[in-house]
Write a protein that binds this ligand. Structure first.
Ligand SMILES: *Cc1c(COP(=O)(O)O)cnc(C)c1O
Length: 386
């Protein structure tokens, strides 16, 4: 809950800044551990959602693994204290030096996205006299029914190995002595709120699991990726995603062979709700057709609305009273027309200096911030600062 008592804390700070609710993050992590623990599932936190040092430390302290998509994320995970044996590394374009970093640190698994990548990892591993553990990232052609910019599991996407390439993959693997196949990996998209999508994914994973077994490849690991969505419309009612239903879906529909491990890679569902972007109203523009609130935060601080028309709830922290509501377009100061957080938001009459919170901004917020327009470095405040 972002309660209005926080105004006193926020008023002392220079806006804009990210505010992270440590208590909510910890309760979210406890819920993940509790619900995944029921079935012995392994959860890796996807660093790309938010790699703020302090936030990462809180995640690491709850013993999650790490899911990385760059060499620097692998290094960051290690620096933060994540165990190498719990680090997985995905990415459609891993460079040689990134692969070397992961090999040197003997991470748990490469999630390999093409046959060519298998060959490169094999080459680099043999030079180091190492055996690289790999999981094949398979594109299962499951429609995540989410925004097309965050859909990753369809045939038309650049990610993963297509099902019809698997025969070749197996042939290649037989010739490679420095890679060891440990499993299969999937990640079909993000902000998935309909659990039926995960049910369809389970059906595909089951088929492929059998396909590999029939060919004599026993897989230790089924990694089903991340993608669980959150409630952007009602962040206070649903501040913690329904992890119970999510993990239960996999327990019910995913067929595991004896001793087969199930791994998850959750990003957004873990960190989105604990973060808010706090901003001040700089100017109010009253027009004939439209009223605008111009904030001191913009797409440079939170890019999701400009990048994929994402919805974030706009909460007025100050300035509410019993007055009537007015529709405002809530925009930032950046010299781009796409620098708009939300259109036609009904808010109480607003004035210069009022504080506004853009909610559910903990995932893909701070990490996507930029210095465009030579903006100041992004600031942040944790609820346990004093
Ligand atoms: C981004 C990403 C995730 C996390 O996705 P969320 O939607 O934030 O849960 C997991 N796995 C891979 C491979 C990713 O690229």
């Amino acid at each position: 809950m972002l309660d209005n008592n926080l105004i006193k804390v926020f008023e002392k700070q220079q806006t804009p800044f990210y505010y992270y609710d440590v208590d909510l993050l910890e309760r979210t992590l406890d819920a993940v551990n509790h619900e995944a623990g029921k079935y012995g599932f392994h959860v890796h936190y996807a660093l790309k959602a938010n790699f703020n040092d302090r936030l990462l430390k809180l995640v690491q302290a709850k013993n999650l693994g790490a899911d990385c998509v760059s060499g620097n994320e692998v290094l960051k995970a290690l620096e933060t204290g994540f165990d190498a044996s719990k680090i997985v590394f995905a990415g459609v374009g891993k460079s040689d030096s990134e692969i070397d970093i992961a090999l040197e640190n003997e991470i748990f698994s490469f999630n390999v996205e093409s046959i060519q990548e298998l060959e490169v990892i094999n080459q680099l591993a043999s030079e180091k006299k190492k055996i690289a553990r790999v999981a094949l990232r398979i594109n299962p052609n499951v429609d995540a029914q989410t925004h097309h910019y965050i859909t990753t599991g369809l045939d038309e996407n650049k990610f993963g190995i297509k099902v019809w390439e698997l025969e070749d993959c197996i042939t290649t693997l037989k010739e490679l002595s420095s890679v060891k196949l440990i499993g299969i990996h999937f990640h079909v998209g993000s902000q998935i709120t309909d659990l039926k999508v995960f049910r369809s994914l389970c059906v595909k994973v089951n088929e492929l699991n059998n396909w590999f077994e029939e060919r004599g490849h026993y897989l230790d690991v089924l990694n089903v990726g991340g993608g669980l969505g959150i409630d952007y419309h009602d962040p206070d009612k649903n501040s913690i995603p329904n992890f119970a239903a999510y993990f239960e879906t996999f327990d019910q529909f995913l067929e595991r062979k004896p001793n087969q491990e199930v791994h998850f890679e959750l990003g957004r569902a873990i960190v989105a709700q604990c973060g808010s972007l706090i901003s001040k109203v700089l100017y109010v523009k009253k027009g004939i057709k439209k009223n605008f609130i111009i904030l001191d935060a913009g797409m440079t601080e939170l890019m999701r609305p400009a990048l994929y028309q994402a919805y974030h709830k706009v909460q007025q922290l100050s300035g509410n009273g019993n007055r009537e509501r007015i529709n405002y377009d809530v925009v930032g100061p950046i010299c781009e027309s796409s620098d708009c957080f939300a259109k036609e938001v009904p808010l109480f009459e607003t004035k210069r200096g009022d504080l506004i919170a853009i909610r559910s901004a903990g995932a893909y917020g701070e990490v996507m911030s930029s210095r465009y327009n030579l903006r100041d470095e992004i600031r942040y405040v944790f609820s346990n600062d004093n």
